[in-house]
Design a protein around this ligand. Structure first.
Ligand code: DGY
Length: 325
């Protein structure tokens, strides 16, 4: 029987499914395995069932030559060296589509909470600092009818565009590496802008682009300087896309109005300055966290692993070129 490592706790039905095909080693701990532990646990394993918290590097692959498939329960795969996997004919899969709508729901919720100062209001109320109604008390910025800027117009970006355009009557503008076909733009009611124009025009800017060397700190001091002082910034992509020091400075000096962050550069560590600022809504990387969505992701990752190691076609491969014809 082939051996697989399930590197994080997973739903019982998923572990059972994997155990009906493979000899499963399950890491039960709440804390991810350290790099050395992961390498040790992967010895002799044909498959790795991971999440976004395990890094698969070229060095790890060289130390684990039996590994044939890496299946991540995440849509993002910046934690996996895909080129190194492909070069070693290790199949990689992720979990797109099943999380699109719930992640878009969360992105929109975070945008609303940020623009309408919900966390600030709740903290004040819980601390007993609520004195009275006043005309300008916790007055935030408008969401309906405002200009929604989307940086990264993949599946999740498009699902957010629909919410903004058809739910809230927003003007939707976007920037993406490649422009969408005109009929998709028309269907979404979204207009393409250069990145600079997007930064200048957005009332609410949401980041939904993949993280890579190219997108590292693509929102830093120069980009924040282009944004409106009344603008909000929401990041549900990856922490490294934003230069957190520059963002903290901009928020402290009210050069932008507010930020909503679900992802951080050094997760689970959060920049201590951000923790002190009132105009930031902080959530712990939970954009896809509804039970139905997480179950769908967990099962898709497992189905991919079963297919990859039993000669069937995985559902969502990232490097299909390594699948034998
Ligand atoms: C994803 O699916 O990429 C989420 O960010 C969870 O890692």
């Amino acid at each position: 029987m082939k051996k697989v490592l399930v590197a994080r706790r997973a739903p019982a039905a998923v572990v059972e499914k994997l155990a009906s095909h493979f000899d499963v080693d399950l890491h039960q701990g709440e804390v991810p395995l350290a790099a050395g532990e992961l390498r040790a646990r992967l010895q002799g394993m044909a498959g790795a069932y991971i999440t976004g918290t395990e890094r698969i590097t070229a060095e790890l692959l060289d130390a684990c030559p039996d590994l044939r498939a890496v299946c991540t329960m995440s849509v993002g795969y910046n934690h996996i060296d895909l080129a190194a996997c492909t070069a070693r004919r290790v199949l990689v899969t992720n979990t797109p589509d099943v999380l699109t709508e719930s992640t878009a729901d969360f992105g929109f919720a975070l945008l609303m909470a940020t623009a309408r100062r919900m966390s600030e209001g709740e903290r004040l109320l819980r601390d007993g600092r609520w004195k009275s109604w006043a005309w300008d008390f916790l007055a935030g910025s408008e969401v309906h009818g405002a200009t929604l800027g989307i940086l990264g117009m993949g599946r999740i970006g498009q699902a957010i565009a629909r919410r903004g355009r058809f739910g809230f009557g927003m003007k939707v503008v976007y920037h993406n590496r490649s422009r969408l076909p005109v009929d998709t733009e028309a269907e979404l009611g979204a207009s393409y802008l250069t990145k600079e124009a997007l930064l200048r025009q957005a009332d609410h800017l949401i980041l939904v682009l993949p993280y890579s060397a190219e997108s590292h700190h693509c929102i830093g001091a120069p980009e924040l300087a282009l944004m409106k002082p009344t603008a909000t910034l929401v990041n549900i992509a990856r922490g490294g896309i934003v230069d957190e020091e520059a963002l903290a400075d901009a928020l402290r000096e009210n050069r932008i109005a507010a930020a909503g962050l679900d992802v951080f550069e050094g997760e689970p560590r959060v920049n201590p300055v951000l923790l002190t600022l009132p105009n930031v809504v902080l959530t712990p990387h939970i954009a896809s966290a509804t039970m139905p969505t997480r179950l769908a992701m967990a099962h898709l990752a497992a189905d991919n692993l079963v297919a990859a190691l039993t000669g069937a076609k995985p559902l969502t491969p990232l490097n299909p070129e390594v699948i034998p014809a």
